[in-house]
Design a protein around this ligand. Structure first.
Ligand code: XBP
Ligand code: MG
Length: 254
């Protein structure tokens, strides 16, 4: 039986990367006097690495090796990331990152069906708080019983560690849970921990390989704005994701 649903944040609860994280990184670089500019094409490539500090380190290793050789490199990364988190929070509070279609409706439905709710994300806890307070303000406080975020585990997605941590906090086996993710890295993390997963691809992840997922839908859908089924079986259900449809996908996982 489905006892808990574990949500990813970036790309899943809201489309945060293009108009949120990416400009926040660029603003932090400018503030530090750096001329680095992550455009859409470059950011799509850099998203292969999850976690902001990890993403900056990866960029430096590939494109700015001289910066990586500085003695104060790790402190500079930490400072850049602190600034980036500050800019991201400000962008979220400006209100430009709405919840994706169906997110609020589905979370309410799951709560009414007494399905437990959790978060498993690589993003920083401050970013989760900012999104919950703005884009998801319609949800009551403490909607998510467990929030696994940021550096709480050292190895970020696609490693399964954040899912393993959340399962431990929930006190549930992986087989009692279902994850909702938007990326291949997220699918690999959930499946690596044994958690079945449904995918709602986002702008940057559309076209990725979601092998191993129970279903892929364009978004969670709303009555009047149905999802497109991209992989899997809708089991004759109406084309918006409900607690009932998640339970069907959970029961039919391979
Ligand atoms: C999301 C991410 C995050 C954000 C940046 O991946 O990769 O790292 O882009 O967040 P997922 P921080 O949705 O798979 O969890 O800068 O706070 O690390
Ligand atoms: Mg994601």
């Amino acid at each position: 039986m489905l006892q808990a649903v574990i949500f990813d944040v970036d790309g899943t609860l809201a489309d945060t990367e293009h108009d949120g994280h990416r400009p926040a990184f660029n603003a932090a670089f400018r503030e530090a006097g750096l001329t680095w500019e992550w455009d859409t094409r470059l950011y799509a490539e850099l998203l292969a690495v999850t976690g902001g500090k990890e993403r900056i380190r990866h960029y430096v290793a590939k494109y700015e090796p001289a910066f990586g050789a500085r003695a104060d490199f790790e402190e500079r990364i930490a400072a850049l990331h602190r600034a980036k988190t500050r800019y991201f929070g400000a962008l979220v509070r400006e209100g430009g990152l709405p919840a994706r279609p169906g997110v609020v409706r589905l979370i309410r439905d799951l709560g009414e069906q007494n399905v437990r709710l959790a978060i498993a994300t690589t993003t920083s806890p401050e970013n989760v708080d900012a999104l919950l307070a703005t884009s998801l303000h319609e949800l009551p406080p403490a909607t998510f019983e467990v929030v696994g975020a940021g550096d709480i585990v050292p190895a970020k997605k696609p490693a399964p560690d954040i899912y393993a941590w959340v399962l431990e906090q929930l006190g549930l086996p992986a087989s009692a849970c279902l994850a909702i993710e938007d990326s291949r890295n997220g699918v690999l993390a959930a499946r690596g921990a044994g958690v079945p997963v449904v995918v709602t691809p986002s702008a940057y992840t559309a076209g990725e390989d979601f092998t191993g997922s129970a279903a892929v839908v364009s978004d969670l859908g709303e009555p009047g704005a149905p999802f497109a089924l991209l992989a899997g079986d809708a089991h004759g259900h109406q084309r918006w994701v409900t607690a009932e449809l998640l339970a069907r996908w959970h029961a039919s996982r391979g």
